[in-house]
Write a protein that binds this ligand. Sequence first.
Ligand SMILES: [Zn+2]
Length: 564
Amino acid sequence: MSYLVLARKWRPQTFADLVGQEHISRTLSNAIAAGRVHHAFLFTGARGVGKTSAARILAKALNCETGPTATPCNVCPTCVEIVAGQNVDVFEIDGASNTGVDDVRELRENVRYLPSRARYKIIIIDEVHMLSINAFNALLKTLEEPPSHVKFIFATTEPHKIPITILSRCQRLDFRKIGLTQVVQRLREIVVAESIKISDRALALIARNGEGSMRDSLSTLDQVIAFCGDTVGDDDVQSLLGMVDRRLLLDITEALLQRNTRRALDTLQRVDELGHSYRQFCRELIELFRALVLLKVIDDPTSVSDVTDDERQELLQLAASTGLDDLQRMLTLLMRAETEIANAPFPRLIVEMALIRIAALPAAVDIATLIGKLEQLERRLAGGALPAAATPRPASRPEPAPSAAAESPPLPPEPPEKKFDAPPTDSGDRGWPGLVDFVRAKRKPRIASILEQARPLEIALPKLRFGLPKGSFACNQMEDAETIAELSELAHAYFGAPVRVEVVGITADSVDQPKSLVEERQEQESDRSKRLRQDALEHPAIKNALDVLEGAVVEVRPIDKGFV
Ligand SMILES: [Zn+2]
């Protein structure tokens, strides 16, 4: 008796057998039970997940002599013929080798006639995306006016290559990749029936290698059995698949989580001795860290990750010792290494550096704490960097709470307050800025704003000489006799003595002159933002944040300016 490959021998024969595609089985069974089976289906999904098997089951369900039924008998002549691929009314066409318009024309000719024995003519076109555009157009004509005795089932791994006109006439069913646990369960059923001795761990390795494809997993199992016979050892499976020993991966992970660089590098040495590719190793390590991250956030990650139940317990223990932030940072470093390996002449060096970097990662501070610290820091900077006398503001913010100071590291001392360096005055106790305030208080905002832009050149009463940018709007306004008279009067009131106002047109390059209030303020602002930035960049909390978030400081904004 010739050996039948497992994938064919164990091809699912009923909807209940379709592992991992329960949603498809339910949809199709319900449609059959309700007598509302669409005339054209599109089965999409990765290779080896059961599309063609489902198509054959559907063909049996529709044509079974006991049916139409969601549970075909598998013993009547029709069922038996369909299983053997010999039923005259069920056409299985490989889209890849029958891509032309002539093939489809022949098919269209054929479907015009009633089925010879069965209820329906069933056309299964595998890899339908391979059809030529003319073939699709020819097919479309049949799909637009389908004879009631014909059902089409198209299967494809690449639905995006199918014209929308075809897609819109099909009921689309998306097949999923099959979860590791489900593949392992199915493999277990099969090896029990086949009397093969093999551990769950080895089955998990095989299933992982199959990447969610039942057919690929079964082919791998075939190879393993061909190599080992009825008793399969874990090591055999591993070496046959070229996979990195799970134990090694777990060891290295544990070493990394314990920040034990030495042990991690020793384990890497073993990976090298066993002749594994560093890229493969890196990928498997990434998968493992991904599983650790998922374990932290989802209760049952088996649906999204290739983790068996046994392994899950072990991973849970590993994950317990480390925070989610740390795991994610480690995962990021590994993924970066994996990308770099592709073009690197020294892959081992890259993996080593990545492992060293991971083992040296300082434990991450939890983000909420960090944000709290940043906010404190910002409050402190906003409160401290603004000397009360330097820039009067209409409303001042309350001082930060004393506790903030206790928790944040001390900030560098404030530089000495910058003094206004206008020439000394012999009258008026606050000199030039006092005059400007006085003018504003007297509700002369226009004159006050001109004075703010003016450089006080000389205050030697009765002489009050100031400069304004030559030709500027403010300068022109100050040439107006009425304005000068008004200002003289105000200055008189402020200084308590008669004042003679002199306005001088100045140019931008008169650098040695005292600065105007506006210039003073701008300078202080830019000094302050420089200092804010410097302080922020040197603050440990922010350094930590930059490390964690892998970001850069774009802007430092004091809280007293408000968040925009
Ligand atoms: Zn039957």
